[in-house]
Design a protein around this ligand. Structure first.
Ligand code: PTJ
Length: 250
């Protein structure tokens, strides 16, 4: 998809940047998304560009929540659509989740472009266009959700989210799985399950755990959920960022 030699030391990062750029050109990613990508890259560099053990435990807890949920929904924004469209579709299939486009900088046009893009990558129904319900306590555009989608969900995956919406969803009593490379971000801080990892690694990892747990009993899944310690996960990620791999003594 991009002419970068595979042996380039920054290959993955260059491919990722190109996907975000292409997303902007295609009208699915916002200009703000470019800034968000740069921020994410800096955190990923400090994390060592790998899934740390606490993030792997979070991904397993996230998979358990999704399998236990009555109505799990994956919320998709312009960065997620550009970076991991196939993985979103596959995770929805494996866990029986709905996909809903929900944007920080919402325009009808971009919602439609993202829904089309996801369908090009194999999605069936994509929600977010009806926008016939509102998340209480949020300013107008960001509050728009589908009544039979995020509004009705009991578990929501909100990747690369801004803190306000994450908080408001939490106040509605929903379980929230947040994927964010910054453990200090408000969305990570308020999440039921914060996965401090790059979305590029986190989604395949949640999927792997979901497949692995597909035969597990409710009791087993509930035990995984109960054992997960969100504060410890946030602390471990912050420690890794501040002190590097040596301090990650889990
Ligand atoms: O498409 P829209 O209109 O919904 O807008 C989406 C963005 C991401 C622009 C919007 O939600 C936004 O402005 O987000 P923030 O406040 O910049 O937060 C994005 C967070 O995602 C930051 O904490 C970044 O560190 C983090 N992030 C960026 N890239 C990745 C990431 N986390 C995981 N994986 C990444 N690849």
């Amino acid at each position: 998809e991009v002419d970068v030699p595979e042996d380039h030391p920054r290959y993955q990062s260059l491919v990722t940047r190109h996907r975000i750029e292409a997303g902007v050109e295609k009208g699915i990613t916002s200009m703000q998304g470019l800034i968000a990508e740069g921020r994410g890259e800096a955190f990923d560099y400090l994390l060592g560009e790998e899934t740390i053990p606490s993030a792997d435990r979070a991904a397993r807890a996230a998979a358990a929540h999704f399998l236990l949920g009555d109505h799990p929904v994956i919320s998709v924004n312009g960065n997620v659509a550009a970076l991991v469209p196939e993985e979103v579709v596959e995770l929805a299939e494996v866990t029986g989740a709905d996909i809903e486009v929900n944007l920080f900088g919402r325009t009808e046009e971009r919602v439609r472009a993202i829904a089309d893009h996801l369908r090009e990558h194999g999605a069936g129904e994509v929600k977010g266009l009806t926008a016939d319900a509102r998340i209480p306590g949020l300013s107008h555009e960001r509050a728009k959700v589908d009544a039979d989608g995020i509004y009705d969900a009991d578990v929501v995956l909100v990747p690369l989210e801004d803190g306000d919406r994450a908080e408001a969803l939490g106040e509605m009593g929903k379980k929230e799985v947040v994927v964010d490379l910054n453990p200090l971000s408000r969305s990570a801080q308020v999440a039921t399950v914060p996965i401090i990892d790059n979305i590029l690694r986190a989604l395949p990892n949640v999927m792997r755990h979901a497949r692995d747990l597909s035969g597990a009993s409710r009791t087993e899944l509930e035990a995984i959920v109960a054992e997960f310690d969100r504060e410890a996960a946030l602390d471990a990620a912050e420690q890794r960022l501040r002190e590097g791999a040596v301090a990650d003594d889990e």
